[in-house]
Design a protein around this ligand. Sequence first.
Ligand SMILES: [Zn+2]
Ligand SMILES: [Zn+2]
Length: 189
Amino acid sequence: MLITHDTECALSILVELLNTAPEVCGTELLPDVAALDAFVVRQEISEVDSLTEDDLRNVHRLRTRLREVFVTEGTEEASELINALVADAGTTPRLTNHDHHGWHIHYFAPHAALHDHLAAELGMALAFILTAAERDRLRRCEAPDCARVFVDLSRNRSRRYCDSRTCGNRLHVAAYRARQRSAEAVPSV
Ligand SMILES: [Zn+2]
Ligand SMILES: [Zn+2]
């Protein structure tokens, strides 16, 4: 698999960001600047200045564009969306080894606003996935009432649910109950 550790980290930020949307979980999980701040800290996003309401609005807007790339079927269409994202972000690749991390590339421009920072980094991660022909690893959860997304990094690409501890289990329980119900419905002879 040609997915690097850096790309994997970017994809985990992408997945968390997409799954904060109100259409995914019924409530906005990034409702205010404080929540956005916590997201930045949790995901260890570097070089972020103090955040404002503008940042919050712009990140919400970016989230919608990123979801489109994630769920769009055609590679041609996805590549156009990614190109636009990365171009709008003013990407400038540069080497860095900040905070005792090994050498890696930052794609966002120095002092970029958070939405441009994320568009550059997450857009490039999506570009790498596309060029590695691994787009089928970007999945929507198959649980019927779940709109969460995830990246399937399993060797055999067999993951179907966003989180096996919640959606997967919930479905197993539902299937078990359905089997029990249909067993009860069979008239005893
Ligand atoms: Zn870095
Ligand atoms: Zn799910």
